[in-house]
Structures are given as C-alpha cells and as structure tokens.
Design a protein around this ligand. Sequence first.
Ligand code: ASP
Ligand code: MG
Length: 425
Amino acid sequence: MGIVVQKYGGSSVADAAGIKRVAQRIVNTKKAGNDVVVVVSAMGDTTDELRDLAEQVSPLPPPRELDMLLTAGERISMALVAMAIEQLGYKAQSFTGSQAGVITTAEHGKAKILGIKPGRIEHAIEEGAIAIVAGFQGVSQQTKDVTTLGRGASDTTAVALAAALGADFCEIYSDVDGVFTADPRIVPSARKLDKVSYEEMLEMAASGAKILHLRCVEYARRYNMPVHVRSSFSTKEGTWILPASSTENEGTMEQAIISGVAHDSSQAKITVVGVPDKIGEAARIFESLAETGVNIDMVVQNVSAAATGRTDISFTLPKEDGQVAMSALAKLESAIGYERLLFADTIGKVSVIGAGMRSFPGITAKFFAALAGSGINIDMISTSEIRISVIVSDADLVNAVQAAHTAFGLDADEVEAVVYGGTGR
Ligand code: ASP
Ligand code: MG
C-alpha cells in the first residue's frame, strides 16, 4: 500500500462546507487503498486576520508570541478536518507540527526544517488512521519553542513529510487547477501546464508565482519527490512537477520555449546615489545589509561617470524589509560618503521563464519589444540561464505580464482557467 501525502490550502478549508468536502476527498483516497497523510493550512484568510489582530495589540509583536498565535490557525483546521473524517466513519488523528516531529531552526517567522521524525504519524497510519498535520510550523531543536516556517510554507511541510515518509508522491490542493502559464487572476487566457520541471518551477516560485512555496520546490527537487498541483474544487488532472528528464516532450512536438510568465508586486527598490567608485564600497554596503538578514534580489551598478568618479547602486528587496535596510544604510553615510538614498515601493517584477531559452536566441529581444509595444519602460534587468526578469512601474505590471504572455504565444484560444475560491490575499 502506498502512502499519499495531500496538502489542502486555506481556500480549500475556508468554511465548514469546505472542510466536509475536503474530508470526503481524503476518505475517497483512503478507500482507494492508500495510506493518507494530510497537511492543512489555516482556514481562509485566518493567518492574515491573526496578524492584523496582533498588530492592533502591539505594532511590533514579539516574534515568539506571534508564532504561538499564528500556529493556532492550522490547529483549528486540523482538528475540524479530523472531526469531519470521523463523521464519515473513518479514523483520523490530528497533530501539531511539533507532535508530527517537524524539527526546525530557532528563527521565528522563518524557521527552516532540520529534519522530520514522523514516529507518531507512522504509528497513526499503522493503526489504520488518517493523520492530519498542521502545516507551516514546527519546534525548534535549540529553544524547544514553537516556530513557523514562513508565509505559504504549508506546501513545504507537505513535501518534507512526503519525503520523510517515503510517499509515492505529494498532492498540493489549491483553488486553481494547477500551474498556469501566468496567474489566471490577471491573465484569464492563461493555459494550464501538464508538466513543469523542478528547475523551471523553482524559477517561477522565486519570481513571485504563489502557487507553490519556493522551499517546497527545493525540497521536492532534492528528494526527487513528484508533486501534483491540483484543485480541491474539481477532479481534473493538475500539473506534475518532475525532473527535467520527464518533462521534455517526446516525439515531434516542439517544446515550448517559454513555459510561463511570473510576476511579483511584493518588492521595493533602494538606490544608493553617488557611491565613490572605489574597491570595497559595494562589499561594505551589502555586508551591512547581510547583517540585518534582509534578502536582496536584483542588483544593478551603473558605470561611473568619469567626471565624478561616482556610481549609483540599486537593488530590490521585499517591501517589508525596506525600513530595516534603509536604516542600516543610513548608518554608513559618513563612512562611505554617498550622496543620498532613494526608496521606491511602486515597482513590479515580471519574469519570463523557460528551459527552452537556453538554445533559442532572441528571447530577450522579443520580451523587451513586447514591453516597448505596450509603452512600458524597463527600469532594471536581471537574467539566469532560464529566466529574464525586469522591473517596471507597478502601474504597468498587469499590462507587462499580458504583453509578454501574448508575445510568446501562450494565450489559450478559449478561457480554461477557473479560479474556484480564495480572496487572493
Ligand atoms: N497559513 C499560512 C499562511 O497563510 C501557511 C500556508 O497557508 O501555507 O501563510
Ligand atoms: Mg499557499
């Protein structure tokens, strides 16, 4: 008998009716002869609501207590799903991340999984029960405190658990039918992809595609765990995330050059204006940022104007890290002697991703021409082997995604994307 790990997102368990529907699906999987382990997210927008509540009480809630609060969201849904399964006549037991053996590092709000000791889950399965595990949480090996793994990290719990249990595959249920060529919420003509390689999915997740958590894809790749992304609102086949060798199209069908267009509106840009063009200044800037734990994404340094011997350095980072980064840089003002700091949070990032671009010239030209054709100005550019990203004004973001999607021939003839639920929050 194989083990199947299923993860249900917040919009799939948003209310009592959703919980009953999910319970029926889980029971059907059990009836089909599988051992089933389920990971759940908090109901609907619970995590955001709990955060809002915390901020009303304290503008900067202590991270330990915030994790204590947020992990409660998943405890609610895990218990309710277990109850709904019992109501259908099947055995179910719910477990917190800590009880499920999810051992993490100590950083609250962004703990990393160190390992999983799923003894209690295995025991529950042996007894014939369906195990329901709270996603996105664990316990620190060092402090013994409850931790969370970062927003959207229930996906990561699921894949890590699937790997630890030796599951055949991991199913991630959400409110759309799979991974699309762009977010169907902004590109209604987006097409569902049948298969995506781990490396393309990594680039998509890192470029803002919210369908899968980045670390979940990293885990899946490391353990070669097939991931099936699908909707809990339909019975359609979703998208399989697999090794590149099994996603290449066989026979004569040409592989699409671009697999998808991702967008990200969660970033801000900082420019350090007039940095003296001397050895070590960039190192000094980024070392001080590294100390604050801020995650830097794109970096651009201009050629210095010969007359001034000064250059501008711009980089992007998550909006919520803006303040911390700006104050770290402000402290360097006299030491470096730069002219000023600029902060902009009115930017958006658009990325085209596809393993096929390795062997096709002209992709950059086509992308930029599509943006120009829509009257969109490019602010910053960065590339990897299989991705081209640009920063544009946030007002142009949706148009830019649509223009790229059309230019690379990704539009479906008929609308196939259905968004079944969720508030997109
Ligand atoms: N409930 C958590 C969040 O909203 C974790 C998850 O949904 O994956 O971020
Ligand atoms: Mg999610």
